[in-house]
Design a binder for this molecule. Structure first.
Ligand code: GDP
Ligand code: MN
Length: 376
């Protein structure tokens, strides 16, 4: 689950990270009042589940309350990466001497959380990784012990040679680890962690992703869910009880079972295609779930081919077939559909589909190949 910067700031603060004061505003008037309370220059920041807000015009400095109101007016309602800004954060502006990157992500290669730091902060860390990988320093963290003091110290000196700054960075890195660990995060990031001309180290951005599987034991974080800020497709999928993750490709996949969904995506790649999504309609699929799945897949404009890959176990092929017929009757589809069905009630499923003018294959290889072909 994604949370907003203002929420991640709160979690960071509770772990002792040096995060400047800030308030949330939902109107230009509230932003103006907040700026008046803070006094001096403030920064107005779009609160959306997307990075790169600075580049998109979603972060503005304002030197007085009137300007703060204008900046908030401009940012509220703005669209950043397809998401509409409904709230802004107002914070006293910080004078920046240097900008560093610090972050923790769950790393599959080392099977551990990895802390990454770079003195080249502020910009896209992906860009630094691509063009200047030697400027990124990493430490895999053993979750049994957490971030060890010598690890934090080593990384802090990669960011600052001045011991006074490095000492503050050590505390910030320890706080970031505690926030990541305590919140069951899969990502916790400060970009930038700045130093000021007065020699203070401050976290002026905050980003966290929380492991969905841990939300049952993180009720305070679960309560931070902002449904209005989620991609509509993901919201719809959650309501319908489907596991859905949007990807970059053009072959929409509708599969039952997470393992088969993974295997399907692998096979799409193997035959030269690219999956548009991961979608697991689950074990006992009712026709309603299939209808919801097709609606979600077809709302993605990059989908050029739809592939059903169903292995009937508890899921009955005739249920899925009825769902496909019902959904295609309800929706105005202009994307070709390839169907592979096998297992429980396969014959009934094929009969239903053929009766409605569809072809149904029982061979996974053949069906995936066809779905990839029609997409290109
Ligand atoms: P992002 O673009 O979504 O990552 O948003 P950030 O919060 O990282 O802001 C983008 C950039 O705006 C930062 O890298 C800073 O250069 C600048 N910025 C943000 N807050 C302040 C501030 O308080 N003072 C100054 N001078 N610049 C800021
Ligand atoms: Mn940032």
């Amino acid at each position: 689950m994604n949370i907003h910067e203002y929420q991640a700031r709160e979690i960071f603060r509770s772990h002792g990270l040096p995060v400047p004061d800030s308030v949330l505003a939902e109107t230009a008037e509230q932003a103006r009042d907040a700026a008046a309370r803070f006094g001096g220059t403030v920064v107005i920041k779009a609160q959306v589940h997307a990075g790169g807000r600075g580049k998109a015009g979603g972060v503005k400095l304002a030197s007085d309350p009137a300007e703060a109101g204008e900046a908030a007016e401009a940012i509220l309602g703005m669209e950043i990466k397809g998401l509409v800004v409904e709230k802004v954060l107002v914070a006293p502006a910080v004078e920046i001497a240097t900008e560093a990157y610090v972050g923790i992500v769950m790393d599959r290669a080392s099977q551990r959380p990895v802390m990454m730091v770079s003195p080249e902060g502020g910009v896209d860390i992906e860009e630094v990784a691509a063009t200047k990988p030697e400027a990124i320093f990493k430490e895999a963290i053993d979750p049994r012990y957490g971030l060890m003091p010598h690890e934090a110290t080593g990384l802090a000196y990669r960011l600052f040679s001045d011991p006074a700054l490095a000492k503050q960075a050590v505390r910030a890195l320890a706080g970031l680890w505690n926030a990541y660990d305590g919140a069951d995060a899969t990502l916790a990031e400060i970009n930038p962690l700045v130093s000021t001309p007065e020699g203070e180290v401050l976290a002026i951005d905050a980003k966290m992703n929380i492991d969905d599987s841990s939300l049952f034991r993180q009720p305070e974080i679960e309560a931070m869910r902002d449904e209005g800020a989620e991609a509509p497709s993901e919201q719809r999928a959650r309501e319908a009880g489907l596991s859905y993750i949007k990807l970059e490709g053009d072959v929409g996949c509708c599969v039952n079972g997470a393992g088969l969904a993974m295997a399907t995506m692998d096979l799409v790649k193997y035959y030269g295609g690219s999956p548009a999504n991961f979608l697991d309609i689950g074990g006992s699929s009712s026709p309603e779930k299939v209808v919801a799945a097709l609606e979600i897949i077809t709302q993605d404009p990059s989908v050029r081919s739809i592939l059903f890959n169903i292995f009937g176990g508890i899921t009955r092929c005739d249920d899925v077939a009825n769902g496909i017929v019902e959904a295609t009757g309800r929706l105005d589809l202009d994307v070709p559909i390839t169907i592979r069905l096998t297992g429980t009630n396969e014959k009934e499923g094929v009969r239903i589909l053929e009766g409605a003018g569809f072809e149904a294959d029982t061979d996974m290889d053949r069906a995936v190949q066809r779905a990839v072909e029609v997409a290109s």
